[in-house]
Design a protein around this ligand. Structure first.
Ligand SMILES: [Zn+2]
Length: 452
């Protein structure tokens, strides 16, 4: 049984999907005026593991994440470069999709864009007005938060707190301080015709509309970074409540942010690490290990040591896997190690520990503890003189399963004839007690990444 810490109820709850064996998920995506920094990549990687784990357990998962391709920041960047806004948004959509791919993320079911959902957004705003949850002032449309009983429920803010926290500036036309823009008349940037004015939709509406378009109703899991809880997610909840009289999602999950050396990452401070730069430097395996070493609720304080640690850890995992694969090949001429069923009791119990860890609110840190137990066992297996083919095969099969769930999987090709030739020369030298020569061959193999 999977348990999820639902940030809507602030409780650890058993997961019951709307449709048996199916999971519908939506995670708020990027505003496409820049590349992703490592903070933005945390939900992408974490929720990819959530999807993988559900799939591993046999669920059919539909995971959607949007691209916000209308925004003031995109307009400003387009002006700076003297190009159309779509040039900017398409450039960064392509770049971000490439980063997803480099991060070894499974392709999403859909990546909708705001510009492709404009008719639906306009109809949705009309519906909110009809239902009395929104009002028009000149060419603008606002959502009326006073029409929602529990406004701010997700972030746990009371109406009083909200009211004192927000002020209406003089040039704003809204009735309540927390009312937010559904439609804005604009003279700048790309605009669309609507019953109210030529303008653009507000940010908070797009996710509600896309979820309802794609999933035709409530979804199982809505995810995103903790910074989106308020006002973005509270505003999504409020709109769905007025428009459909139902919650938008059964479970809300929020990941903690990533700080850089103890300081909040911010582009204006210049202390930002771009995901694609770090990926280029260390690759997806260490990158994902670095993020998944920390439970997703917790903030992650990024520092150089974590990178070094993750690189070492990943090397250890890969070398253990390689070692046993080569050993099976060299000693027993076996290159296909996958088994249909794992029967060894120790390996079974490690698998159970792994599944239990991830079933407990996707605790990826505890899942890694199980993975390290397996690595320890595999290293023991590789040192045994009489080695146990079946157990080695089972351990490799489980390691592949775990690595796939974490998205750190890597195919190890069997040794080729040339490598095998050197291996047999190495063995021969050893048998002849010609240790100098044996050492030379060993070094030659090591240089090819073959550790024996
Ligand atoms: Zn959203």
């Amino acid at each position: 049984m999977i348990k999820i810490y639902n940030s809507y109820t602030n409780k650890l709850e058993e997961f019951h999907p709307i449709h048996e064996n199916e999971v519908s998920m939506y995670v708020c995506g990027s505003t496409v005026y820049n590349d992703m920094h490592i903070g933005n990549s945390r939900p992408i990687v974490f929720f990819d593991v959530v999807v993988r784990f559900f799939q591993y357990l046999g669920y059919k998962v539909r995971m959607v994440s949007n691209f916000t391709d209308i925004d003031d920041k995109i307009i400003n960047k387009a002006k700076e470069e003297n190009v159309e806004e779509s040039v900017i948004s398409e450039r960064y959509i392509a770049s971000i999709l490439e980063t997803y791919h480099q991060l070894n993320c499974l392709p999403h079911y859909k990546n909708p864009k705001v510009t492709e959902n404009m008719n639906e957004i306009i109809s949705f705003i009309e519906l909110l007005i009809q239902k009395g949850g929104a009002y028009v002032v000149d060419g603008d449309v606002y959502f009326d938060v006073s029409k929602v009983k529990n406004y701010g429920i997700l972030s746990g803010q009371t109406q009083e707190n909200l009211i004192t926290g927000a002020r209406i500036s003089e040039n704003e036309k809204k009735r309540n301080a927390n009312d937010f823009n559904l439609w804005k008349e604009t003279t700048e940037g790309k605009k669309w015709h609507s019953p109210w004015s030529d303008g653009r939709p507000g940010w908070h509406t797009e996710c509600v509309v896309m979820i309802s378009n794609i999933f035709k109703g409530k979804i199982d899991i809505h995810g995103g970074g903790i910074e989106l809880k308020f006002p973005h997610h509270d505003n999504e909840i409020a709109q769905a409540e007025v428009a459909y009289n139902h919650a938008i999602a059964n479970y809300w999950m929020h990941n903690g942010r990533i700080d850089l050396n103890g300081v909040k990452m911010s582009k204006s401070l210049g202390n930002v690490i771009m995901a694609k730069d770090l990926l280029k430097e260390i690759g997806y395996g260490p990158y994902r290990l670095l993020l998944l070493n920390v439970p997703y609720h917790q903030p992650l304080n990024y520092r150089q040591e974590l990178t070094n640690q993750a690189i070492n850890d990943y090397d250890k995992i890969i070398n253990t896997k390689k070692g046993l694969i080569y050993k099976l090949q060299i000693e027993k001429n076996i290159t296909d190690y996958k088994v249909e069923k794992i029967t060894d009791s120790v390996i079974c119990s490690i698998r159970e520990e792994f599944i239990n860890a991830l079933s407990d609110d996707f605790n990826t840190a505890n899942g890694l503890t199980a993975l390290w137990k397996l690595i320890k066992l595999m290293n023991q297996l590789s040192r045994q003189k009489e080695f146990d083919v079946q157990t080695i095969k089972e351990s490799l099969t489980l390691l592949d399963e775990m690595m796939w769930v974490y998205g750190i999987d890597k195919v190890i090709n069997p040794l080729n004839n040339e490598d095998l030739e050197i291996v047999s020369l190495w063995k021969e030298a050893r048998n002849n007690k010609d240790f100098l020569k044996a050492d030379e061959y060993r070094k030659l193999l090591n240089a090819k990444g073959i550790m024996l």
